[in-house]
Design a protein around this ligand. Structure first.
Ligand code: WT7
Length: 685
């Protein structure tokens, strides 16, 4: 793929110019209380001890039946972990804590309006509400083990309740990020084959009560057009007994959950004992082609992996107050708000709204009030808080022992601000590199063992053995100062099992590139290819450089350029569309859109607005572009391929390189002047 080679070269150049950063060491007080202080864990999890080493992680769970085979590779690369074992995820996150912790907060929910009270769910209360909702799902919605359910909800406690109720029944949940459009939700309903949609009437964002229910109607009609009928829509209400949406309920299809629950008061549902390799959930993510991929995660392997990494890397103890600011609609929220922390009997804080509402002091008031001591967020949020309220953290009396960064590379300068100002110089930081597909962390420092290096994720996690390979599969040694593709040499329990309904794409996307023998049953022949470029320093730390495929990382979230381009092409006037990443001070990257028009149409602001609207309704507001450039033509190769690389260079004011071999080199200059010149208008003419 030419695109990959091109990215490689420029990323490698960046790497060469980077200086080594000074190391920061964990405090003695952090080390004194840490869950993991034994460097010997890396020997126990060496490749020689693989895969049996992962027994140590599985033993953090309560099994109904112990497994007989740690790793079954007979259908490689569809690996099975802890085969023969049986367990229930909801039991592990709730029931098993009741004896000791029934009266301790499991979830503290902070509504966005500051005058509304927090809602505190103890483990007992969580137990009651999960059981009652599970009974409703089983007896009213008719759901059974193995069915899929789509959950399209905002950050309210009813979201983890719904997930855990599904898990209790062995029903596979597919949570769609609440900010996604009804259409995006409908496509995921159809792909997963869900006949039940769980949603909410409305929620607060930035001071506004949004109408969320309207998205459900759109989702159901989009799913129906793709052949999947939704026969029940279960609508939670933001205020019990009071419907805040203007969208009518559909008779016979839509039901208020709070009304139905009256019939299930006191109901208890026996947790269904699931095979370790039964799917727990699907999480859709963007890839190089238009269709989002449903990453299928297992019950035993996934839960073992997120529990262990929450314990050792997040350093969660039952006495900690842990706040991850991610949305549960992404993998971070699944693994590190819900499953990992609850499996450890932690107190997990959930916040409904935006961090800067009503002012950028809000997160620190929450931290002070709840005495949060572990904090978890993304570089984009750190950048935003730095811009909006650089002096706010110092005004509040909170103290973090630990902070996480996740989702995109963090600039060393932003890292230092996170450390000094948000962390007040007291907290360790872990920069955790991983993906939707990987279930949990792949690279990170172990907080009480390794020093921190701003901008670098750190070494592979215990039992995770990364390598940087060149395009031909040759390892690039640590310290070579050269970038390449990072791969993981071995499977691990948190790894997703397949792409729902598309096993070929699973093999093709993540393994084909470096697999030399497709018939091999030996895990050594199946290095996992995540699609990121990286460089490994002499000390073994990995610095992640970004995606090598057509994926744009916007504020820590993945958007496929193909998905964006197809949204543009639904606009009547648009002939061709090309989407490239443009650097953004706050969001890391944003989509920059180039379109050309069909004959007979003139460029106009109206067309630009139509393109933006189409992206918002097809994907969601998070995909909003930085610009829409209407160009006379796209730079193309002689074979007619649009040269995204050239457009990306123009957007980012970089050298376009040699374009003389293109079919239309003159277009490059026209587009460059349009984008980089001082024109007022964003289109030519
Ligand atoms: C992509 C995965 C990980 C959960 C949230 C995003 C990028 C992720 C880091 C990091 C540099 C990172 C990678 C990865 N990424 N974490 N610490 N440093 N880059 O999950 O939506 O599946 O995105 O995010 O490019 O492949 P996701």
């Amino acid at each position: 793929m030419t695109n990959q080679d091109e990215v490689q070269v420029s990323e490698a150049e960046i790497a060469v110019h980077w200086q080594e950063e000074k190391l920061y060491h964990p405090s003695t007080s952090f080390i004194a209380q840490a869950n993991m202080t034994d460097p010997g864990i890396y020997d126990r999890f060496s490749l020689d001890n693989f895969p049996e080493c992962f027994k140590e992680y599985a033993d953090l769970l309560t099994w109904d039946k112990y497994w007989h085979t740690t790793l079954d590779t007979s259908d490689a690369p569809f690996f099975k972990w802890f085969v023969g074992g049986r367990l229930n995820a909801s039991y592990n996150c709730i029931d098993r804590h009741l004896d000791e912790y029934k009266n301790k907060a499991a979830i503290i929910w902070v509504p966005e309006p500051e005058d509304e009270p927090h809602e505190i769910l103890t483990y007992q209360e969580l137990y009651v509400r999960v059981n009652e909702f599970a009974a409703l799902l089983r007896d009213f919605a008719g759901l059974k083990t193995g069915d899929r359910v789509t959950i399209h909800m905002p950050m309210v406690p009813e979201l983890p309740i719904a997930m855990l109720a599904c898990a209790r029944l062995g029903v596979i949940h597919s949570v769609v990020f609440g900010g996604f459009s009804g259409r995006a939700c409908g496509e995921r309903i159809a792909d997963s084959g869900s006949r039940v949609l769980i949603t909410m009437d409305g929620y607060y964002r930035n001071g506004k009560l949004l109408n969320h229910k309207e998205k459900a109607d759109r989702a159901a009609s989009v799913a129906s057009a793709e052949g999947q009928e939704v026969d029940k829509v279960l609508v939670w209400r933001r205020y019990r007994g009071k419907y805040v949406s203007e969208t009518p309920m559909v008779e016979g299809r839509d039901f208020f959950v709070d009304d139905l629950l009256a019939d299930y008061r006191g109901a208890r549902v026996e947790p269904v004992s699931m095979p370790a390799e039964a799917p727990l959930f699907l999480m859709y993510t963007s890839g190089t082609t238009g269709r989002p991929k449903g990453c299928q995660h297992s019950t035993g392997g996934y839960l073992a992996y997120v529990t262990a990494t929450s314990k050792y890397v997040q350093d969660i103890h039952p006495t900690d107050v842990y706040w991850c600011m991610a949305d549960i609609g992404w993998i971070t929220g699944h693994s590190y708000i819900v499953y990992g922390p609850l499996a450890l009997a932690a107190t997990s804080v959930m916040y409904e709204g935006v961090p800067t509402y009503p002012d950028p002091g809000r997160p620190w008031r929450i931290a002070e009030r709840l005495d949060v001591n572990i904090f978890h967020t993304a570089p984009t949020t750190v950048r935003m808080l730095r811009k909006a309220g650089p002096d706010e953290p110092a005004k509040y009396n909170y103290h973090f022992k630990h902070m996480t960064t996740v989702g995109e590379p963090i600039e060393p300068e932003v890292w230092r601000w996170y450390y000094e100002v948000i962390g007040k110089g007291e907290a360790v930081i872990v920069d955790t590199w991983w993906q939707t597909e990987t279930g949990g962390f792949l690279c990170s420092t172990m907080p009480a063992i390794h020093p921190m290096k701003p901008g670098s994720a750190g070494p592979g996690m215990p039992g995770i053995h990364p390598l940087v390979l060149d395009e031909n599969g040759n390892p690039i040694p640590a310290g070579a100062g050269k970038a390449g593709n990072i791969v993981i040499q071995n499977p691990w329990p948190g790894q997703f099992q397949t792409i729902w309904g598309d096993p070929d794409r699973f093999v093709e996307t993540y393994f084909a590139k470096y697999n030399k023998n497709p018939d091999s049953k030996d895990w050594r022949d199946w290095p996992y290819f995540p699609g990121d470029a990286a460089v490994q320093a002499a000390d073994g730390y990995f610095r992640i450089l970004g995606r090598v495929d057509d994926v744009i990382n916007v504020a820590g979230h993945r958007l496929g350029t193909k998905e964006l381009e197809s949204a543009c092409l639904t606009v009547e006037e648009v002939a061709e569309a090309s989407v490239v990443p443009i650097n953004d001070e706050l969001k890391g990257k944003m989509p920059d859109i180039y379109i050309s028009l069909k004959p007979g149409y003139q460029p106009s602001e109206e067309i630009q607005a139509k393109v933006v609207r189409s992206i918002e309704t097809t994907i969601g507001k998070i995909a909003r572009p930085k610009h829409v450039w209407i160009v006379p033509d796209m730079p193309k190769t002689r074979s007619g391929k649009i040269m995204r690389r050239v457009l990306a260079a123009i957007s980012n004011h970089m050298d376009v390189g040699d374009v003389t071999t293109l079919a239309n080199p003159e277009v490059v200059e026209t587009v460059r002047q349009m984008v980089q010149g001082d024109r007022e208008s964003e289109f030519y003419g």
